[in-house]
Design a protein around this ligand. Sequence first.
Ligand code: HEM
Ligand SMILES: N[C@@H](CC(=O)c1ccccc1NC=O)C(=O)O
Length: 290
Amino acid sequence: MSEGVERNTRTIEGSVVTDFAHRMSYGGYLDLDTLLSAQRPLSGESGGEEHHDELLFIIQHQTTELWLKLVLHELSAACRMLREDRLAPALKCIARVKHIQKTLTEQWSVLATLTPAEYAEFRGVLGNASGFQSAQYRAIEFTLGNKNAGMLRVFESDPAAHALVKAALDAPSLYDEFLRMLARSGYDIPTAVLERDVTQAWQFTPELVPVFTAIYDDPQQNWAAYETCEELVDLEDNFQLWRFRHLKTVERIIGMKSGTGGSSGASFLQRALELTFFPELFAVRTEIGR
Ligand code: HEM
Ligand SMILES: N[C@@H](CC(=O)c1ccccc1NC=O)C(=O)O
């Protein structure tokens, strides 16, 4: 038994690098000074006492925004790869997004430890700030096809956020790119779909259902398309689970109070659960085995 283990202490090997005066370090590479100085609870300002739970609230949002940054990065890459007919790497990006979505959905349980009384103690400092104003979240919704130009208005006073969301509004969605790729591979995608105004919300297109039915009827002959369809269904499923957990967390913390962003609150969030990104991929399920 080595001396270190006897004392329940790990021996620090002599080769461990300790002098970072002229070398890049962990904190330097990750810019942790910036990252870890960005949690500034407002409840402590203007004389009041800082509320213990405001740090949880801030970190829950900031970690979400970090993951959303990566989701957007991966979805943008997936769109580009589909455009270049590089399906395998596009699917790899989507697979990563699915894992991030699971982490984000799980993460709600941390915030759910915040009781209504605790939140009420600092909710006032939030003013009219709300997740409704999350530019990255909106850009992701747009990239997945839930376009709504009216959402841009809340970003008018923030040019960088506005540009990010506007770019996502103007670009073809992931579904647009997939359908265009299918058309290039010989599937009978209606011209109106290929030439649609991509800044508009996706509308259910019944003509696509037989195309998907043929794919689902013979997966072996249509494997690439079939696999991609199922990946998109997973993405939508995961997105809905995140929305549902947000709604349920909101209900347990603020009940039916209206939102700081000005909406009716829980009932406004409830209506988001009726939105669908890929309606034909769900409609095809009714047709299978008929
Ligand atoms: C105490 C916790 C939370 C409460 C009470 C809450 C409440 C609400 C409410 C009421 C809305 C509707 C807009 C409004 O009028 O404000 C909303 C929207 C939103 N919240 Fe939260 N929220 C919470 C935590 C979070 C967290 C941790 C995130 C993660 C970033 C988040 C992201 C969003 C997003 C993206 C929207 C827009 C949803 C949409 O457009 O469908 N929220 N939230
Ligand atoms: N809309 C929430 C406030 C809120 O949750 C929030 C406030 C500031 C920044 C992000 C937030 N998160 C989600 O809406 C409320 O009505 O209590």
